[in-house]
Design a protein around this ligand. Structure first.
Ligand SMILES: [Zn+2]
Length: 291
């Protein structure tokens, strides 16, 4: 039997956000905070995806979606949301989690418990990516880039990334290493064999990572990979039309990230580029054969 890696997109909730969130271009947090509170007709509904990677060396979960607690009945519940998120974030996201879609429920439908996860990889600490973390108690490891963790605790990120979602959860922090991959040439090889790389793509936050899942082949013509962008892009339109998502910290860096994603999509071995918030994402599992 040939060995394979399977990547399963799992929709773990929805959010009704300002249209500047996916396509804000130069709408950034410093200049345009007021646009966070967009009127209803200026909002769009976006899905929130996590990704399960079934790998010969274990099960890896990329991000966690929103927690069930902010949507107890599976619908938008402003009271429950306000109990979990500070006012400005409750208004920013207007989130809900349809029944069966919280991360633990998604895993259960695959016959899995949190303790079946070998590693939860957090791309960054925004609530739509880390919100479900505490429901995954029992996962063997939770890992995050030190660059993300360091700034989250200490700076303006604190307002955007509430501590309640990660405080008290033992978490491994890793350092990026110099790499020939990514716009910043910083990456971390999770298994040491090149099959799961977290790649620093700064701009949305400083420490944010996209995740490259590969067959580990070094020869370009045999190399196959799937790129999970996290919030470096919200939909393919971002890199195809060079429109940066809004409310990042550095639109210039975001643009560099989009250029890198566009260059990856053009490579021969690219099987898919998937974002965390694409309403047109095909949720079918993708399989990569290992050499
Ligand atoms: Zn996001």
């Amino acid at each position: 039997m040939p060995k394979t890696i399977t990547i399963r997109p799992l929709c773990c909730g929805c959010m009704r956000v300002s249209e500047s969130v996916p396509y804000g271009n130069d709408v950034n947090l410093k200049l345009s905070a007021h646009q966070i509170f967009a009127r209803d007709e200026k909002r769009v509904v976006l899905p929130v995806y996590a990704f399960l990677i079934e790998h010969p060396q274990g099960r890896f979960l990329i991000d966690t979606g929103f927690p069930r607690e902010l949507s107890p009945k599976g619908e938008y519940d402003p009271k429950a949301v306000s109990a979990m998120l500070p006012k400005h974030l409750a208004q920013f996201y207007r989130p809900w989690v349809p029944q069966g879609m919280a991360i633990t429920e998604q895993l259960e439908s695959l016959g899995l418990k949190p303790s079946d996860l070998d590693c939860v990889v957090l791309t960054h600490f925004d609530p739509d990516h880390i919100g479900g973390l505490k429901s995954l108690k029992g996962a063997k490891r939770d890992i995050v880039a030190e660059d993300e963790y360091f700034w989250t605790c200490r700076t303006v990120y604190r307002a955007r990334q509430p501590q309640r979602f990660y405080q008290g959860v033992p978490m491994e922090h890793y350092w990026f290493k110099g790499s020939d991959v990514g716009p910043n040439r910083w990456a971390y090889d999770v298994l040491g064999d090149g099959t799961i790389l977290t790649v620093n793509v700064p701009g949305h936050t400083d420490g944010m990572v996209s995740v490259l899942v590969t067959n580990g082949e070094l020869l370009e013509h045999k190399h196959r990979f799937v790129l999970l962008t996290s919030d470096a892009a919200f939909t393919p339109r971002n890199w195809r039309e060079m429109i940066t998502p809004g409310f990042g910290f550095d639109p210039k860096l975001q643009r560099r990230g989009l250029e890198w994603i566009a260059s990856q999509e053009k490579r021969e071995g690219c099987l898919a580029v998937l974002t965390s918030h694409d309403p047109d994402l095909n949720p079918q599992p993708i399989t990569i054969a290992l050499a």
